[in-house]
Design a protein around this ligand. Structure first.
Ligand code: ADP
Length: 409
């Protein structure tokens, strides 16, 4: 079965086509600047030169049509006809409390996702445009939705409630949801397989450190607590986001600086974190380079960033009464040995014994970076959210086909 995975944003649409017989990627790409002048479609097939096509793509239905044209293109395509796509899986940022797992799309599911627009106003409407665009182009192909929040729906109320009047939870569903769930789910399963131990026995802290960053306490395979909150602003210090701060800072800053709420919101989301403290960049590579060249602000930003990750790991070790494994994933987590080293240096009390030469190895494989015999294993696990979306979609479509067949007999 071929599964097309789509991540639809407001002006962009990323895609990956999987052959699920061996989980290989047949093609991938993205459409950017949808609805703007000169939209760009970039298409990649392993072993071939990247194709770039500039045209006017007014909206998402047209974007999906362009992608399908490319996938079936005589020269650059990988499929004979669009009928060779048997299912489509979508990434959806916010599933609220309605979705505890991935589901197939039907009218009720679409209605529920619409109801969640308020919780993710930038993301969910854009995802819905992607679903509608696929429906328009491939009306008979089943679609599944995979939520960033679903994995965290196992958190107990002690983790997900904020200590504010409960009426706000009841009326407006103000609570911790957590994000990067697909990634935390995927890497914890990979780690258990790597360690050769059942996930149900393990206490894991998974650190997804990319532009956005979050730590999750995974107790016996289930999310127990996570650092992002009602929105992806809470928790760790990130590229441009502040992470945790005293909420009283918001009204105080509004008064002192004569700012609007929107301006403060934008400051915390887009002009804080690494870029604010370093004054250099939101990109960890540039911050590390500046630090190594002697830039003190860059050093402070790096130290704060590592310190907060370490604090969360410590907190989650306490939350679970111990840890067996710490996982690093995503752009920074997978690539920055300096950051991993700095985080682990303060974790010897837990029994973390980093192996510096293992930590320095660059690879796309899951690997252990602690010494043999270290009480806690620290692993680098490359994330692959698209593959998990493809797997969930494949499983749901297979199960549906099976139950339809049983229903007919
Ligand atoms: P996103 O949250 O956008 O999915 P990614 O997980 O792709 O982000 O991570 C992107 C970030 O990874 C970049 O901003 C960059 O800071 C960081 N990164 C990539 N390579 C390295 C590296 N070699 N060293 C440090 N940081 C890196």
């Amino acid at each position: 079965m071929n599964v097309l995975v789509i991540n639809s944003g407001s002006s962009s649409l990323k895609y990956q086509l999987y052959d699920m017989s061996n989980e290989s990627v047949l093609a991938s790409g993205r459409v950017e600047r949808i609805g703007m002048e000169s939209s760009i479609l970039t298409h990649e097939v392993e072993g071939q030169a990247e194709v770039r096509e500039v045209s006017e793509i007014l909206e998402h239905t047209m974007a999906v049509r362009k992608v399908l044209d490319m996938l079936t293109h005589r020269k650059f395509g990988v499929l004979r006809t669009i009928e060779d796509i048997q299912a489509v899986g979508h990434r959806i940022v916010h599933g609220g409390e309605s979705f505890r797992e991935s589901v197939l799309v039907d009218a009720d599911v679409k209605l529920e996702i619409r109801k969640l627009f308020d919780l993710a106003p930038l993301h969910n409407p854009a995802h819905m445009m992607g679903i509608a665009a696929v429906e328009a182009n491939l009306p008979d192909v089943p679609q599944a939705v995979v939520f960033d929040t679903a994995f965290h729906q196992t958190m107990p109320p002690t983790s997900y409630l904020y200590a504010i009047p409960t009426v706000l939870y009841r009326k407006h569903k103000i609570r911790r949801y957590g994000f990067h769930g697909t990634s935390h789910d995927y890497v914890s399963k990979q780690a258990a397989a790597f360690l050769g131990r059942p996930l149900e026995e393990l206490k894991i802290v998974s650190c997804h450190i990319g532009n956005g960053a979050s730590c999750t306490a995974i107790l016996h395979g289930k999310s127990y607590d996570t650092s992002m909150g009602m929105t992806p602003l809470e928790g760790l210090m990130m590229g441009t986001r502040s992470g945790d701060l005293d909420p009283a800072i918001v009204p105080y800053t509004i008064n002192k600086e004569d700012l609007t709420l929107n301006e403060v919101n934008s400051m915390l989301n887009k002009h804080s974190g690494l870029v604010a403290i370093s004054g250099v960049s939101s990109d960890m590579r540039e911050v590390v380079q500046a630090m190594e060249e002697g830039n003190e602000s860059a050093r402070l930003a790096f130290e704060m960033y590592a310190y907060r990750i370490r604090k969360y790991i410590g907190a989650y070790a306490a939350a679970m009464n111990g840890i067996d494994a710490i996982l690093f994933t995503a752009g920074v987590g997978e690539n920055s040995d300096v950051l991993r080293k700095r985080v682990c240096e303060g974790l010897t009390f837990l029994g973390v014994e980093l192996d510096e030469s293992r930590n320095a190895v660059r690879s796309n494989e899951t690997r252990r970076i602690t010494k043999d015999g270290s009480k806690v294993d620290v692993l680098v696990v490359p994330t692959n959210e698209e593959l998990l979306i493809a797997r969930d979609t494949y499983r749901l479509v297979q199960n549906k086909a099976l139950s339809d067949k049983v229903g007919q007999t």
